[in-house]
Design a protein around this ligand. Structure first.
Ligand code: ADP
Ligand code: MG
Length: 259
């Protein structure tokens, strides 16, 4: 059996006044079923561009994307769900109507969609918020609604682009623990983008480290924190955490910022 998702030698460049600029160069990677894979790399190394290519929103100059053994390059696969960097909810729609958006597009009946939304809201401990509007929610709740909106269509592969970036630390930890728990139970494949090494190490089974200009994969690290706990603080306190953190940090080679 092949991988859940495979990318073969993906390259992309943009035309600029000084000639073509290569954004990403020959990226080759895979993610398996039930695996949590992260990409970590500095701002501008092409992470979001890569996601746009995986989802078919952008065509690569070269290379192919294969989803469960089928080539989907330049197309949108229904097996992939995309949680955007910003929690882009429609402000004029209620929580329920935001959550069921993807089902509406797929022509699921309003009644079935509402029932599934109710079950989703229960899983994410937001019972009773159906009729609220995004402006009435906290940042964490809005992020949860964005995740529910993706999960409700039951994609096999979930892409998350710095989804927890704007959240304060305790909330981020709570949502990440919840995410790990849910995706493991539902046997999803997650491909997660972050520039935060700690986040990549605590969440992932495997990490691809990228560098910028051009965006290339410079290392692949298998993570084993020797715990099955989905609880982030537990994972963070694994004695092996620091070794992985240091390995990636040395790869990326950021010098300390002097303040
Ligand atoms: P990341 O998500 O890793 O921060 P992006 O994929 O957003 O990086 O961007 C990678 C690089 O590609 C950046 O230097 C950005 O300026 C450039 N870029 C992104 N989109 C375009 C575009 N449509 N035209 C030209 N350059 C772009
Ligand atoms: Mg980005």
């Amino acid at each position: 059996m092949g991988h859940a998702l495979e990318a073969i030698d993906i390259s992309k460049s943009y035309a600029s006044s000084g000639g073509d600029v290569t954004i990403i160069k020959k990226l080759r990677f895979h993610a398996d079923r039930n695996e949590f894979v992260s990409f970590v790399g500095p701002s501008g190394c092409g992470k979001s561009t890569l996601f746009n290519i995986i989802t078919g929103l952008l065509a690569p100059d070269e290379g192919s994307i294969i989803v469960e053994n089928q080539e989907t390059t330049g197309q949108t696969s229904s097996k992939i769900g995309y949680v955007l960097q910003k929690d882009l909810l429609f402000p004029w729609r209620t929580v329920r109507d935001n959550v069921i958006l993807g089902l509406e597009i797929r022509g699921v009946s309003k009644r079935d969609a509402r029932e599934r939304a109710k079950a989703m809201l229960h899983i994410y401990r937001m019972d009773g918020y159906e009729d609220k509007f995004p402006s009435q929610l906290s940042g964490g709740m809005r992020q949860r609604v964005a995740l529910m909106r993706t999960m409700i269509t039951d994609p096999q592969i979930i892409l998350m682009d710095e989804s927890y970036k704007a959240l304060d630390y305790p909330l981020k930890i709570a949502l990440e623990s919840e995410l790990l728990d849910v995706v493991r139970k539902e046997k999803k494949t997650v491909i997660f983008i972050t520039h935060d090494i700690e986040e990549a190490v605590t969440l992932s089974d495997r990490v691809y480290v990228m560098k910028a200009r051009p965006g290339e994969i410079i290392n692949e690290i298998k993570i084993d924190l020797e715990t099955d706990s989905p609880f982030i603080p537990e994972r963070r306190m694994s004695p092996r955490f620091n070794d992985y953190y240091e390995m990636i940090w040395r790869n990326i080679g950021i010098s300390p910022v002097l303040v």
